[in-house]
Ligand binder design. Structure first.
Ligand SMILES: [Mg+2]
Length: 270
């Protein structure tokens, strides 16, 4: 372990964090979502694009929005349509990333809103062995209630639509923290989304915004890309720079046993 490191665990987002944001997967994803909305709801292309933007803003994702609005959409149906048809060949192998991940001495948790099939395909393209992570938090692990029989029973009974748990909701960050099993103040969270970073910061995580030269207000670090990890955050390895950059007030911050009292089980997805 890195004895002098201020971190006990590293939470890493996947999309546009472990691979660059300019692969073209993002625009392809938007097109797939628009086509899904057109097919599912029978709306025009323009209307579908506007709905996608609005559902993302108000519910965190189009899937979460559709479910909240009462549409019967199974997550697997949605993910196979919008993720399953992505141009994965545009993700290049990154041997340096594989080596850097391997060298991180702390517990490593992959923390993604994406479904497991997408995660596996993206990691395979990158040439990163899933086993390098000690744990994975993904769509399925954050939303087991959407896959069990109770879902169908609740639907049949005409109950409230189930909540979909995704970053940046509090429930999602809590799910990540529980799997991390560490003091939030000693947990480093890397993500390319400013709103995810803000949500993590609000719950006490140390935060690194990936894909940006300049830090957002809630980011403790900014990395232009994941390849800059060693240079920008050498503290992970407990090497020079750790002393002066570590936050000594962390020693007074709550420990794991206090986690439940500082995080409230609310959701901004509602
Ligand atoms: Mg991302």
């Amino acid at each position: 372990m890195a004895a002098n490191s201020p971190f006990d665990c590293v939470l890493l987002d996947l999309d546009d964090t472990l691979y660059p944001g300019n692969t073209g997967l993002g625009p392809a994803l938007k097109r797939n979502i628009d086509e899904f909305l057109q097919a599912k709801l029978g709306v025009s292309a323009d209307r579908a694009a506007a709905m996608r933007v609005e559902l993302f803003r108000t519910h965190g994702s189009s899937l979460a929005g559709l479910i909240a609005l009462g549409y019967d959409v199974h997550p697997d149906e949605y993910h196979s349509y919008v993720h399953g048809r992505l141009p994965y060949e545009r993700i290049d192998a990154d041997p340096q990333l594989a080596r850097v991940l391997q060298s991180i001495p702390q517990r490593k948790v992959l923390f993604t809103n994406s479904d497991r099939a997408h995660m596996k395909r993206a990691l395979e393209r990158l040439g990163v062995d899933e086993a390098v992570f000690d744990a994975v938090v993904c769509f399925e692990t954050m939303n087991p209630h959407l896959f069990d029989e109770a879902r169908e029973e609740a639907r049949a009974a005409g109950g409230e639509p189930p909540a979909v748990v995704l970053k940046p909701s509090v429930d999602a960050i809590v799910a990540g923290l529980r799997v991390a099993g560490t003091n939030p103040r000693r947990t480093l969270f890397l993500d390319d989304s400013e709103r995810n970073i803000a949500a993590g910061k609000a719950l006490g995580l140390r935060t690194a915004l990936v894909g940006k030269r300049v830090r957002s207000k809630e980011a403790d670090y900014a990395l232009e890309n994941i390849g800059a990890l060693r240079r920008v955050i050498p503290e992970i390895w407990g090497v020079a720079g750790g002393e002066e950059r570590s936050d000594h007030s962390m020693d007074k911050m709550p420990m794991r046993s206090d986690l439940d009292s500082i995080i409230q089980p609310t959701s901004i997805q509602a």
